[in-house]
Design a protein around this ligand. Structure first.
Ligand code: PEP
Length: 257
């Protein structure tokens, strides 16, 4: 049986400037112990403008905290004003990049072909995509949440080879639970995460499906993380709001306590 190391990732969204970022990562570094890092991988996804500061701190002090970006351009370089390519993120030693976050889909019109191109752009630079998928409230109310989410997984992984797919992280984030305080019940989250793993086994094989970490995201807090993490197909959390409070994020990392 494959053992998957849980991944707790903090998506800071458009919060914390580069000085605040340094203070925040220092707080995490003071609080987290080797025991925490043996039990869990911990990553932060700061705004682009914080990445160099976070890198300097992490590299300089040999911290075990990983970091990455919240988005990546689908393009390699050139006339794409405002975009940041995978090569730049790789140069900053990023480990992860979120792709297809619902806020990118909603406010920037990212559809499946764009998300698929971004997944490939991340892999082309050895960045691990955290592929975000999940349904809006109307889709859940219509009972279409599993089909909708699986279609997003299919689209994002189109023509992605098994060796790369085996290393991806998928975050199931029901849109209605993001930043709303409404958490999806742990069993409801498991229903979709289990279906995602089933689809990965169909797209690739069971071995690949068993290697892929599937996170849950949507109003995760220290008070609900243990129930969520008790589900067999949930291997971590993508945490927005609660990751901005260092103490709370550390409690989430210590979900077993
Ligand atoms: C997110 O931004 O991916 C997220 C899950 O946010 P929150 O935890 O605030 O719901």
């Amino acid at each position: 049986m494959t053992t998957r190391t849980p991944l707790m990732a903090g998506n800071w969204k458009m919060n914390l400037n580069h000085l605040e970022a340094i203070a925040h990562v220092q707080k995490l570094a003071f609080a987290l112990t080797d025991k925490d890092f043996e039990a869990c991988e911990v990553a932060v996804l700061p705004p682009y403008t914080d990445l160099r500061s976070v890198q300097t701190l992490v590299d300089g002090d040999k911290l075990k905290i990983k970091y990455g970006a919240q988005d990546v351009s689908a393009h390699e370089s050139g006339a794409y004003t405002g975009e940041i390519c995978g090569a730049f993120l790789a140069k900053l030693n990023c480990s992860y990049v979120a792709v297809g976050h619902s806020e990118r889909r909603q406010y920037h019109g990212e559809d499946e072909p764009v998300v698929n191109a971004k997944v490939k752009a991340a892999f082309a630079h050895d960045l691990t995509p955290i592929l975000c998928v999940g349904e809006e409230l109307e889709i859940r109310e219509a009972g279409q949440h599993v089909a909708h989410t699986l279609a997003q997984v299919d689209g994002a992984l189109n023509d992605v080879p098994a060796e790369q797919a085996a290393t991806i992280v998928i975050a199931y984030e029901p849109v209605w639970a993001i930043g709303t305080g409404k958490t999806c019940g742990a069993e409801d989250a498991q229903e979709v995460c289990g279906a995602i793993r089933g689809r990965l086994a169909e797209l690739y094989d069971q071995d690949v499906a068993d290697k892929i970490r599937i996170q849950y995201g949507g109003s995760v807090k220290s008070g609900n993380v243990a129930q969520i993490m008790a589900q067999p197909d949930i291997d971590g959390a993508l945490v927005g709001g609660a990751s901005l409070d260092a103490e709370e994020f550390v409690k989430i990392v210590r979900f077993r306590d």
